[in-house]
Design a protein around this ligand. Structure first.
Ligand code: SF4
Length: 335
């Protein structure tokens, strides 16, 4: 169950990439809070900026990326004021990341046991080898892999087991925040389902916050407490998952995503996608970046960028929802 303690606080974050064609505006004016015990799903098409945002939180952006403004705090600590040495300690103990490809996240020439033990000893200098071995056994129990596989090498495990090992390493030091970047994309649907159940169960026990990055809307809506929807580098809607229903009020982009989810039962219906393509992030459309694809666009959409507006428990960035309670541009907190 969510408690109100903020673990991750992203405020007015903007990130650009320097390219030959100009600055790619990957993340713009993003505000988001993730609380203890909470799972927030970050959804977007590929190139929407969701992975850039996740990497920015971990301070793992590549050299051509520039954080132009904003702040990222984890349990009140500004991640960007940490020295390199402090950051090394902060990663894994306070924030950890589960990457998409377990095979490339694991060292192929080290046994599972050695990889877990090495992580523990590197970040907890006072820990004894014996305590690290005991903790690695505990972690295998937690991710439900038989302890005998501690002696195995990554290539000897199935894809699902490898991903569980990566999760075990990520949570080894009880971080406050775990970022999961498409952790189940490479797995078949049955294994994917099992891993998601495991993530929920482990999180229930350990209480860390999760930022779960995915392009799979239906999967995230089922897993997460809240969903943050990203389009062209901006959070266009943040909503509790229970309120993600067609027929309810939503950002037009969210509606398009909801309409694109196939029904497994009922009459055969043709899926309606979202027309057009994601915009060029170097030359974003004027006003609302979604306007060339939006079926509800009106004149103002082409000239003015909408501000984030509270609509019940949702925060929506769209002119259709401009109300008195509108939050001033850039100061909306999606918490
Ligand atoms: Fe559509 Fe206008 Fe809303 Fe953008 S601001 S989503 S163009 S209605």
């Amino acid at each position: 169950m969510t408690d109100n303690t903020p673990v991750l606080e992203i405020e007015d974050l903007s990130v650009v990439y320097a390219s030959r064609d100009g600055f790619v505006k990957a993340v713009e004016d993003v505000n988001l809070v993730v609380h203890k015990h909470e799972i927030v799903g970050l959804i977007g098409e590929s190139g929407s900026g969701k992975s850039t945002m996740a990497y920015a939180v971990m301070r793992l952006l590549k050299g051509d990326a520039i954080v132009t403004k904003g702040s990222i705090r984890i349990l009140g600590q500004d991640v960007y004021t940490l020295s390199r040495r402090e950051l090394r300690k902060f990663r894994w103990t306070q924030m950890a990341m589960v990457f998409q490809s377990a095979m490339s996240a694991l060292n192929p020439v080290l046994s599972v046991e050695n990889q877990i033990v090495d992580t523990l000893l590197a970040h907890k200098p006072g820990m004894s080898k014996r305590a690290a071995l005991e903790r690695s056994e505990e972690l295998m129990d937690l991710v439900r892999i038989d302890r005998k596989y501690l002696k195995s090498y990554p290539h000897e495990l199935s894809g699902g087991m490898r991903q569980r090992v990566v999760i075990a390493i990520a949570i080894a030091l009880n971080p406050a925040l775990v970022i999961m970047d498409e952790p189940t994309t490479a797995l078949d649907v049955v294994v994917q389902r099992t891993i998601l159940d495991e993530i929920q169960r482990i999180q229930d026990q350990a209480g860390f916050a999760i930022l779960f990055v995915s392009h799979d809307f239906s999967l995230v809506a089922e897993l997460a407490d809240r969903v943050a929807i990203m389009y062209a580098g901006r959070l266009v809607e943040v909503a509790p998952s229970r309120l993600l229903n067609l027929g309810d009020v939503h950002h037009p982009y969210t509606e398009g995503l909801l309409r694109a989810i196939p029904e497994l039962t009922g009459d055969h219906v043709t899926i309606q996608g979202i027309k057009g393509h994601p915009p060029d992030l170097v030359n974003l459309p004027s006003g609302c970046a979604f306007h060339p694809r939006c079926p509800s666009a009106v004149d103002v959409c082409r000239v003015a960028r909408p501000v984030a507006t509270h609509v019940g428990d949702k925060l929506i960035e769209c002119h259709l929802f401009r109300r008195e309670e509108a939050v001033e541009h850039g100061s909306g907190s999606a918490g």
